[in-house]
Design a protein around this ligand. Structure first.
Ligand code: ZN
Length: 286
């Protein structure tokens, strides 16, 4: 079965865990590592003949247009991961719309693709911020992958649909692609979607979860990770014991785990796995 692979394209100083230690005004002064990380990821995907959906942060697209162009040239799909990586439920609807427009424009300028699928920073479309889906539809998005159907301290809507579904908003429908989970009992749903879970837990946790989803539920798995998760040489900016452990543990072994995952399972873009999410190409004078 074909599973969906997604990559949230952001710098090591963008994760929510790090933002308490590094102010947004400091971002421009920090050394960029995204180009080398993406190079390694594109090589691995090419070697394993896998395709992915890359959710690009507008801020990164603005500063690294060449790196984003390489993703497009390699035949992957481009999505939007906001502009400034702010939690959606911490923004007003007006601020969210402004941030989304800025991100779409930055991504279009960088690579000539208009993203039509959205992923919120830290899966921050929750019960408190469902209004964001209506704005996404108004801004031309047809799909979203921001709702995690689990309970977590910062994100998730427990009890939300675990399979791809359509959400009707006052502005029209939007398709939702939830990250992979496994249902252990009536009330217990656990994430198996990659990222921190793939990095922090033994490999078989993720692989057994995907197998269970594919075989027992006949559903593809939607998996995610971040470029900084494969980079053992990144500066360690997160402060506080839990934030540091969540952010840096398992980074050294991550590329090996990803390689194994791409060898044992077949992966492609969200569009390939779930049908066309639709993005139109815009011609940009470079
Ligand atoms: Zn992110």
């Amino acid at each position: 079965m074909l599973n969906a692979l997604t990559v949230d394209v952001e710098e090591y100083f963008h994760p929510t865990e790090v933002q308490t230690a590094v102010d947004q005004s400091q971002w421009v002064g920090l050394p960029s590592r995204i180009e080398d990380q993406l190079h390694q990821i594109l090589q691995l995907l090419d070697m394993r003949r896998a395709k992915a959906t890359f959710f690009v942060l507008g801020w990164v697209a603005e500063r690294n247009p060449r790196a984003i162009q390489k993703i497009v040239a390699a035949g992957h799909e481009i999505g939007c991961h906001s502009h400034c990586h702010q939690l959606v439920y911490s923004l007003t609807p007006q601020e969210f719309r402004r941030d989304t427009r800025r991100a779409v424009a930055a991504i279009e300028d960088a690579c000539g693709v208009t993203p039509r699928v959205y992923r919120a920073p830290s899966y921050s479309i929750t019960q408190k911020s469902m209004w964001a889906l209506e704005i996404l539809v108004e801004e031309g998005f047809v799909s979203d992958s921001s709702i995690y159907p689990i309970a977590h301290d910062r994100y998730g809507i427990p009890g939300s649909h675990r399979y791809p579904h359509v959400i009707e908003t006052p502005a029209g429908p939007i398709r939702e692609f939830p990250i992979a989970t496994v249902k252990l009992s009536k009330d217990r749903v656990v994430p198996i979607g990659g990222g921190g879970y793939l990095r922090l837990l033994p490999y078989r946790y993720t692989s057994a979860g995907i197998r269970r989803l594919n075989r027992d539920e006949n559903q593809p798995a939607c998996i995610y990770f971040h470029p900084w998760e494969i980079d053992p040489d990144q500066p360690h900016l997160a402060s506080g014991l839990i934030a540091r452990a969540r952010t840096y543990t398992g980074v050294k072994g991550m590329i090996r785990k990803l390689d194994r995952l791409l060898t044992e399972f077949q992966f492609s873009t969200l569009s390939q796995v779930y049908g066309e999410v639709g993005h139109s190409a815009t011609i940009i004078a470079q």
